[in-house]
Each structure stands twice: as structure tokens, then as C-alpha cells.
Design a protein. Structure first.
Length: 132
């Protein structure tokens, strides 16, 4: 009867594809507008027992550190504390903490392509902090 149908619907929704779509929809990058003039390309992500990681590709003339500074400002407006970026050539990194009650460690990495210099890859990784 009807309960069976509901169960089947639930099973259909709980597919790897549905879980992946839900995970990608949770990305903090979704509500973070790209830098002015930049084109954001869809990305992917992965997660494990203690972390979530999202990646996007951005077409821009900005340097890696300029892209990182843009996102650092966006996340700081949300109350995240993110430190000063470290820069090494085409790569910029910054880390900090989220603002949720259950704080998570934040790592943002931006790498500019060498072969395609207008292509920038951005990776955002949120790691659960060890519970005392």
C-alpha cells in the first residue's frame, strides 16, 4: 500500500547521486559570489569522516592571492576568522576557523594554472576539530 510507495521514494532519493548533489549544495562557496569579472565553473568535492572539501574553477585575470583575498573577505563577513594568506609563486593559502557553534578548521587554497594562466582552482576544506 502507500507506505511501500513512500519507502521507495525515500530509497530513490538516498542514492549516491542524490547524496552527492546534497553535499555539493551545502558548499559554503555556493553563496559566495566570485570576484568581479571572474567566471565561476562548477566544481566537485569530497568528504570523509572528519572533513568536507569543495573545489571550483575560476576564469580570471586576478592572481591567486587576489582571488584568495576576495573569498577571505566574503567568509570573514560571515564571522569566520581567516588568517593572512601565505603565498608561494602561483599558490596562495589561508587558514582559520568557521563561526558555527561547532567550530571547524578552515583551509582555503588557490592555485593559478601555469599552462592556462587565466584558470584558477580554488579548494575549500572544512575539518572537524578534535573533541576534548
Amino acid at each position: 500500500g502507500p507506505p511501500e510507495a513512500v519507502g521507495q521514494e525515500g530509497a530513490q532519493r538516498d542514492t549516491p547521486e542524490a547524496r552527492r548533489a546534497e553535499f555539493l549544495a551545502r558548499s559554503p562557496l555556493k553563496e559566495a559570489p566570485p570576484p568581479a569579472g571572474a567566471v565561476l565553473h562548477s566544481g566537485g568535492g569530497s568528504n570523509g569522516a572528519d572533513h568536507d572539501e569543495w573545489k571550483v574553477r575560476i576564469e580570471t585575470d586576478l592572481s591567486a592571492v587576489e582571488v584568495l583575498e576576495h573569498y577571505r573577505a566574503v567568509f570573514r563577513q560571515r564571522g569566520w576568522s581567516i588568517g593572512v594568506p601565505a603565498v608561494d609563486g602561483n599558490v596562495a593559502l589561508a587558514s582559520g576557523r568557521t563561526a558555527e557553534k561547532k567550530e571547524r578548521h578552515v583551509l582555503i587554497m588557490v592555485a593559478r594554472g601555469v599552462v592556462q594562466p587565466k584558470r584558477v582552482e580554488l579548494m575549500l576544506r572544512l575539518t572537524n576539530l578534535a573533541q576534548p
